[in-house]
Ligand binder design. Structure first.
Ligand code: GTP
Ligand code: MG
Length: 403
């Protein structure tokens, strides 16, 4: 082995000398050091330098120092200052909008639901004669807006009774009445805070789950912004290892607010990425770790089992503080089926209803809470970075029935 290395070294020396390499290297010596370049871990290890270990090559004696061309004065060797390393500008960190009152700001986004549900109901209730046919239309309006069968029947019953008691109705009275009854259905006495501050330990751990394309990654990114806006520090865990671009997508969201993203190898084990994310979050001392997971069909048992495993593995650190199920509001009743299956595999503690801006089916808020017995905590009202709002029943119902 050593013989081979020695032979190679000698061969290099001889060839180098013949090709003027040795001389060349002397002439180049005064040149400035190469500009610093980022370390490249893929570069092969440096080869031994000529002259470092090998004996002085015999050929060198053929040329004396006098014979070596000296740089002429017209082209002086300029010893340059090491070039200033141009700083790659860090992505500008954005300052997200405060979360208070977001739903009020975004209420216009609910206009489709407002027209179909709120205004529709008010118009029907304002009819002079509230006959059976009208009550059926009211019922249809509620069902079409995905309020769900049971809640619809309850609401219609309550409205019928109260309208009867009221006798003559002014628009303002009707509005108040409808507002109260809708609020009762939506629920005002539920804690809708996203739990990120467990008692006595850090970080809070939040996992985001749901079927493909419902808006999990977007929601995780938006939620990171919400937390950062509230002065918290965040680590993101890219436990969606199925799709190549998924981790990039999440990381981009993180970079915008200066949050670190923990990622794993493509097609790697999502549970171990999630585990590592919490581990790094702990080490970094951040307030919250948000774990994005891969979209999965609720009908695929293997994938659902995997999700259960992600949860169990993360819980080796600490219990999850929040498991958010992301549902696409435009998918209506199918969302309820998904919700049920996810709830069986991982305990859902909160619902995020996305894409409420693109649907007239705002009533799904009521139906899904009924289905799961779990509150809607956040709603997505657009693709913009700050288009995620804490769910506030009053602001929501007001948006539905208009001013
Ligand atoms: N209009 C609207 N679009 C939304 C909302 N939330 C998410 N989207 C869009 O929905 C699409 C899918 O969002 P993603 O966050 O990638 O969904 P995902 O659940 O992570 O998807 P997978 O990882 O593939 O399962 C994107 O184009 C989002 O911009 C919302 O509240 N309103
Ligand atoms: Mg995603």
């Amino acid at each position: 082995m050593e013989t081979i290395i020695l032979a190679v070294v000698i061969a290099v020396v001889v060839l180098g000398a013949l090709g003027g390499l040795v001389v060349g290297s002397r002439r180049r010596r005064p040149l400035p050091p190469p500009p610093p370049s980022p370390p490249d871990i893929t570069a092969p290890p440096a080869e031994p330098h000529v002259g470092e270990e090998a004996e002085t090559p015999r050929e060198e004696t053929r040329r004396t120092i006098e014979e070596v061309d000296l740089p002429d004065a017209s082209s002086p060797v300029v010893v340059e200052e090491p070039p200033v390393v141009e700083e790659i500008p860090a992505p500008a960190i954005e300052v997200p909008e405060p979360t208070a009152g977001r739903l009020v700001r975004l209420r216009a986004r609910l206009s489709r639901s407002q027209n179909a549900l709120g205004k529709g109901l008010l118009t029907l209730l304002s009819r002079e004669h509230l006959d059976e046919e009208t009550w059926e239309e009211i019922e249809d309006t509620l069902l079409t807006a995905d309020v769900g069968v049971q809640p619809t029947q309850e609401l219609v019953e309550r409205l019928r009774e109260r309208v009867r008691v009221l006798g003559t109705r002014t628009p303002a009275e009707l509005r108040t009445l409808l507002r109260e009854e809708l609020l009762t259905l939506v629920g005002t006495d539920v804690d809708r805070t996203v739990r990120t501050e467990p008692d006595g330990r850090k970080p809070g751990i939040v996992m985001v789950v749901g079927v493909n394309g419902t808006g999990k990654t977007t929601t995780t990114g938006k939620l990171a912004r919400v937390l950062v806006a509230d002065g918290r520090t965040v680590v993101l865990g890219a436990a969606d290892t199925f799709r190549a671009a998924a981790a990039d997508q999440l990381q981009t969201w993180g970079e915008r607010v200066g949050a670190h993203t923990v990622r794993g190898p493509e097609a790697g084990d999502p549970a171990s990425v999630a585990f590592d994310a919490v581990k790094e979050g702990k080490e970094m001392g951040v307030d919250v770790v948000l774990i994005d997971t891969a979209g999965r069909l609720h009908t695929k048992t293997g994938l659902m089992d995997e999700l259960g495993k992600v949860k169990r593995v993360v819980e080796k650190h600490a219990p999850l503080d929040e498991v958010l199920l992301v549902l696409d509001a435009t998918t209506g009743q199918n969302g309820l089926v998904q919700a049920r299956v996810f709830a069986e595999v991982v305990d859902i503690s909160g619902i995020v209803l996305t894409k409420l801006d693109g649907t007239a089916k705002g009533g799904i808020v009521i139906a899904v809470q009924r289905e799961l017995g779990v509150p809607v905590k956040l709603i997505g009202l657009g693709e913009g970075a700050d288009d995620l709002a804490p769910f506030e029943p009053e602001a929501f119902v007001d948006a539905l029935i208009g001013d």
